[in-house]
Design a protein around this ligand. Structure first.
Ligand code: ADP
Ligand code: MG
Length: 728
């Protein structure tokens, strides 16, 4: 009888690409299923339309009457798109999105029904939320949470459902999601950055943070996926010897995309376009069967909603094409894992990118102000930046020579490094002479407007300046970008606030505005110098150098998560009204818990697969060998038999060695797991899972993977790497 693995493999070989109907032009499809501003103009009375625009742009509240009108228009429009249901779409702290569907249809008597959806239902809802993580904020007896409409992100129709982006809060008003603190952080950066812009241009009244994410993912055939309990339950292969051919040849990168994959991509791109997600690029990544999708950047809140939506779409559409989508940060040892670069910048209502060098010294001074303040923010709050990307999955990636290390540093390129060094040296203490000023202006004027020099892109840095934006590269592929965006926008907002205060006090003391700004920047350049690193972030030397500089290297999730409990961190988030200490404590608890659960499940699956799949297959093969040896002895007699069975006997022994070692270590892990489960304190438990349980994974796997090489291919139960990664 063939193993499940071999049957699955046969399924894969028989597959043909699914047809995707794409007759319409993409430009005609864009945003067709979105209740966007132009649709609102068409469907709303003019006063309601005005209130809506006001609400989108400035976050003002819609009154009840207007909300009713918007709800009614939204419903009418959604029905033309075939919608029968609506849902509040939200982002609980599990990392995924959630929805609860209700029908528009409402019976109002025997044989009678109306389509109902009013302002109340649009603005607020109370999903049964007791099963979402809340970190102790909600007692179960008051397991109520509310979702509340976020008008700044447009509603959309998927299938037969109108989806309304919402925030998710507890009965007591505390945030239980990612969106609420993100909106608050975006508000904080808008406020502080606009104030700074006023130094340079009075016309600036709003600053938007922008986000352009790049989503990496793997696709694996569904049949092979289903034959691997580890992939099914944890999203990563806990076992598996590297394929003879890995990514050494890098021939996959930007290579031609196979037909089945192309069909999948066209399908999900079409769906994304309909939902107004501006996806444009598609290409292979370094690892086999790994791909990337990156849209044009958008306002941060919208961009983040779009990323979550896209992850969801990809998952559904992958299944339609008999694939399974893997968003795990490290599904396959030995080949690259997946990340999600977060490109971040700030844009004004006057159309200026504040992180793009300008045409003249004045706009460059504005650029330098935001540039240097961002670096200082990263310098002061590097640990928070590390903490916001911590997850069990990302632990496998950070510092593994394929993604930036767990040490946070900033790369800015030679040109800007030289410029900052010059500025630091040139500004003299005391009042600046006219010559000083001219020299500085000359220097500042020399920043080239666009720096598209790709050679100056250091791929090993976690936080790199790439010409007109910063790129945060340490974000995990499965993460909600909001986590990183909350932190970056909050810490930069805080830094800008401090900066403004210092500059204002210099001006009060009689310094000119430019001089005050320059001197303050000089101070920041000096103070934040140690976070700047231009060298190879993958090298062992950097780890040593970083230690000398006093930069932290928080290697795993539990160590990184401790940061949320620190007093000054809590103060910072509280001061800017992003998250209260209670909300931060809750988040920390949820993260510890999620870490524990993930490692716990991996440990269990490892134990199961060893016991019920690997050991039986190994024994079956060993029995075959033993039979053969017995046969040889029987036919040839003891002496000649022994001679003839040399290879088999050696194999039997080697198999026994690995089998016993694997089992012994797996048993030890089981004991540690049981001990860890007894720990009540959630932080201690997370540390136990990290330091006492997880440490056995590699050793168990080492022996299992050796056995994979020794056992008859026909008998091996788990699809192999070469099958999963090279079959399409
Ligand atoms: P990489 O070399 O890292 O693959 P790409 O050119 O593929 O870079 O991606 C760059 C990303 O940066 C794109 O997603 C793009 O939308 C985004 N981006 C460009 N400008 C900005 C900006 N001002 N703010 C935020 N993101 C931006
Ligand atoms: Mg990138």
């Amino acid at each position: 009888m063939a193993t499940k693995r071999l049957q699955a493999y046969q399924d894969v070989l028989n597959r043909v690409p699914k047809n995707v109907d794409l007759n319409e032009k993409v430009s005609e499809l864009f945003g067709k299923n979105v209740f966007h501003i132009e649709i609102m103009r068409e469907y709303l009375p003019s006063d309601a339309f005005k209130s809506m625009v006001e609400s989108i742009q400035n976050g003002t509240r819609l009154d009840r009457k207007m909300a009713d009108q918007v709800a009614s228009a939204m419903k009418d429009w959604a029905i033309t798109k075939g919608a029968t249901h609506y849902t509040h779409w939200f982002q609980p702290l599990t990392g995924a999105t959630a929805e609860k569907h209700d029908a528009f249809f409402k019976p109002i008597g025997p044989g009678k029904a109306i389509e109902r959806f009013d302002g109340d239902l649009l603005v607020q809802q109370e999903p049964d939320a007791s099963s979402f993580p809340n970190g102790g904020i909600r007692n179960t007896f008051e397991a109520r949470g509310y979702t509340a409409w976020d008008p700044s992100s447009p509603a959309f129709v998927i299938g037969k459902t109108l989806c309304i982006p919402t925030i998710f809060i507890s009965y007591t008003g505390e945030s239980l999601d990612y969106k609420m603190p993100l909106l608050k952080a975006l508000n904080a950066i808008d406020h502080t950055a606009t104030e700074i812009c006023q130094y340079f241009d009075k016309n600036v009244t709003k600053v938007n943070a922008t986000l352009g994410w790049e989503q990496e993912y793997f696709l694996i055939d569904q049949a092979l996926f289903n034959a691997r309990p580890d992939l099914m339950m944890t999203g990563r292969a806990l076992f598996g010897h590297a394929a003879a051919k890995g990514q050494q040849l890098e021939d996959h990168y930007f290579g031609s995309i196979p037909d089945r994959i192309t069909a999948f991509m066209r399908d999900f791109e079409k769906e994304s376009i309909l939902l107004g997600i501006p996806v444009t690029t598609r290409h292979n990544e370094v690892a086999p069967n790994q791909f990337e999708c990156a849209p044009i950047f958008e306002e941060c809140n919208l961009a983040n909603d779009h990323n979550l939506l896209l992850m969801d779409l990809m998952e559904k559409i992958a299944r339609k094409h008999d694939f399974r989508l893997l968003l795990h940060e490290k599904p396959f040892a030995g080949v690259n894992g997946s990340g999600k670069h977060n490109n971040w910048s700030l844009g004004t209502n006057t159309g200026v990118n504040l992180l793009a060098p300008g045409k003249n010294p004045k706009s460059n001074l504005q650029f330098l102000t935001f540039f240097v303040n961002t670096i200082k923010a990263i310098h002061d709050h590097a640990d928070i930046l590390r903490a916001c990307i911590a997850s069990a999955g990302n632990d496998h990636r950070l510092g593994a020579n394929e993604a930036p290390p767990a040490i946070i540093s900033v790369f800015i390129g030679t040109q800007l490094s030289n410029l900052l060094d010059d500025l630091e040296k040139n500004i003299k203490a005391g009042k600046m002479t006219p010559e000083d000023k001219t020299e500085l202006k000359l220097n500042i004027g020399k920043i080239p407007q666009i720096m598209l020099d790709n050679t100056d892109r250091n791929r090993t840095s976690p936080f790199a300046f790439t010409g007109n934006k910063f790129e945060f590269r340490a974000v995990g592929s499965s993460a909600n970008c909001a986590s990183a965006m909350i932190v970056i926008n909050t810490i930069v907002a805080k830094q800008l606030k401090v900066f403004k205060k210092s500059v204002d006090s210099r001006i009060e003391k009689g310094e000119s505005k430019d001089e005050a700004i320059l001197k303050e920047l000089q101070k920041l350049i000096k103070e934040s110098k140690k976070i700047r690193f231009e060298g190879n972030g993958y090298g062992e030397e950097w780890v040593k150098e970083a230690e000398k500089r006093g930069l932290n290297n928080l290697k795993d999730t539990p160590r990184a998560l401790k940061v949320w409990g620190e007093k000054d961190v809590q103060q910072l988030f509280d001061e800017l009204n992003i998250l209260t200490p209670r909300e931060l404590d809750a988040r920390q608890e949820i993260e510890f818990d999620s870490y524990i659960l993930k490692v716990q499940i991996e440990a269990r699956i490892m134990g199961d697969v060893v016991q019920s799949m690997i050991i039986p297959a190994v024994i079956e093969y060993q029995n075959k060998l033993i039979k053969n040896v017995e046969g040889l002895f029987h036919v040839l007699g003891d002496k000649a038999g022994k001679e003839a069975a040399k290879c088999q006997i050696e194999l039997i022994q080697r198999i026994s060695i690995h089998l016993n070692s694997m089992k012994t270590v797996a048993d030890r892990m089981l004991m540690e797991r049981k001990a860890a489960n007894k720990i009540e304190n959630i932080e201690k438990k997370a540390f136990a899972y990290c330091d006492k349980v997880k440490v056995y994974f590699d050793e168990i796997r080492y022996h299992a993977d050796k056995l994979e090489l020794l056992v008859d291919d026909e008998l091996w139960p788990l699809p192999k790497f070469r099958e999963m990664l090279f079959t399409r």
